[in-house]
Write a new protein. Structure first.
Length: 455
């Protein structure tokens, strides 16, 4: 109705997910890159949680488009499937010959089909939407499916998408075994006000709009408050506000149209958000690139003496030695107020070129045991060399630059450059060090990985 009035090709704020309208800001694009990396490089279950209307289904659809061609995807959007029905759904999607009978016969046939796909050099990923509404026995079947493996690799990668109730269900005692299979936890947080302004502008321009900003700051503030940052609510309110402006023959949406949209929508407040999300374990890599490399400008790496007792200190990279840092005090209930200030810029070792870092890291990978672990900070397309250099330069002085390493790899089928940090004896030690990073760094999904994954 209002398309011609605003010079639009199509409706900009549809609530059905259309991937050409995917907003990469507010960590959405970064989370997508992290999910792709986690799914193609690890063998645990991946979980994505978020409120109703936070963009989970859109993210799921983007995964279907962006996963490498070597990945066969199965998308299950029906949460009411029984354990037998989910096996049949998988078998049908993977073109598995159905045997006589049910239960273990079907599971065996499915395993044989997965082995055929694996032998052909392909990977199978199952994306399960609305997982929070699945019956307990179906969730248990998902756990059993995650056990299917060849002599060396898992045959099925599983990603669960669900509302916060999924986290609550996984906290139940009967779900403990499934929860322990989850190696990556992502959370879609509501958009902040500044993100909402960018989101509205992006959607309008994706729909063909070429004029000045339509929404005034006052209108954006009202939409931000009423929507609570949830993209579905933002879409509904923005659409109603555009319609209101059209009926008034105006070309700008101000507080009056925003208030009319809010009254018409009649949204009720969502549940109270938790004070802090659970620790996110993911890939910092693409996240930092898309969400803004300046994320880490204030990052501090805090490796307490307690964790040092469990894992050796990170090995020095092949640069000039620097003095060892003084041991830090034992952790307390609050922040360490008396921590030593970070070294000044002048105390940094001479910066290596990117190619020198890649060569040195290649030697480190070849010499290190496969069981060693590190923290992934960045992973982006290999063509973005300048972005990598800016990212390294922006790292805080508190990080030991002798253990900031850079690798180049095409193991995922895409030529990528990664920035990694530290060396730890086990995944647990790496994750313990990762948990001590500031909230803004952990929110960017740093990721514990093993050296074996780079070979």
């Amino acid at each position: 109705m209002y398309l011609e009035h605003f010079g639009l090709r199509e409706a900009p704020f549809r609530i059905t997910p259309h991937t050409e309208f995917f907003f990469a800001g507010a960590n959405r694009g970064a989370t997508l890159e992290a999910l792709i990396y986690a799914i193609t490089h690890d063998e645990g279950i991946v979980k994505v949680s978020g409120e109703v209307g936070s963009g989970k289904t859109m993210l799921c659809r983007m995964l279907l488009e962006k996963l490498p061609a070597s990945v066969e995807t199965v998308y299950l959007a029906n949460p009411s499937l029984s354990r037998d029905e989910i096996l049949h759904a998988l078998a049908e999607e993977l073109k598995t010959p159905l045997p006589e009978g049910r239960g273990h016969h079907l599971l065996r046939a499915l395993q044989e089909r997965l082995l055929e796909i694996y032998a052909a050099g392909r990977q199978v990923v199952v994306l399960i939407d609305e997982a929070h509404a699945m019956p307990p026995e179906t969730l248990e079947e998902i756990r059993l499916l995650s056990n299917l493996e060849s002599s060396r690799h898992k045959l099925l990668q599983i990603a669960l998408f669900g509302q916060p109730e999924l986290d609550e269900r996984l906290g139940e005692s009967g779900m403990r075994q499934l929860k322990e299979r989850i190696t990556h936890n992502f959370s879609l947080e509501p958009l902040h006000r500044k993100d909402i302004a960018g989101y509205l502008g992006f959607r309008l321009r994706a729909a063909g709009y070429r004029g000045p900003d339509l929404f005034t700051p006052g209108a954006i503030q009202l939409i931000s408050q009423a929507s609570e940052g949830l993209t579905r609510r933002i879409n509904i309110l923005a659409d109603k506000a555009l319609l209101s402006a059209f009926t008034e023959s105006t070309h700008q949406i101000d507080s009056r149209q925003a208030k009319a949209a809010i009254r018409d929508a009649q949204f009720k407040p969502m549940r109270e958000a938790p004070a802090k999300p659970r620790t996110w374990i993911g890939l910092g890599a693409a996240l930092l690139l898309v969400a803004g490399l300046s994320y880490l400008a204030g990052t501090q790496h805090v490796e307490q003496q307690a964790s040092a007792a469990q894992a050796p200190a990170p090995l020095a990279a092949p640069t000039a030695p620097v003095p060892a840092a003084a041991p830090e005090p034992a952790p307390s209930s609050g922040p360490a107020d008396n921590a030593a200030p970070p070294p000044k810029m002048a105390n940094r070792p001479a910066m290596l070129t990117l190619d020198e870092r890649i060569a040195a890291t290649g030697e480190w990978i070849r010499a290190s045991p496969e069981t060693r672990h590190f923290i992934q900070l960045l992973a982006i397309d290999a063509s973005a060399r300048q972005e990598v250099e800016r990212f390294i330069e922006a790292l805080p002085d508190a990080l030991d630059r002798q253990v900031v390493r850079v690798y180049r790899s095409n193991l995922s089928g895409r030529d990528r450059i990664g920035v990694i940090y530290g060396e730890y004896a086990s995944r647990e030690a790496a994750e313990q060090a990762m948990r001590k990073l500031p909230d803004e760094v952990r929110a960017s999904h740093p990721y514990a990985r093993s050296v074996a994954k780079l070979r």
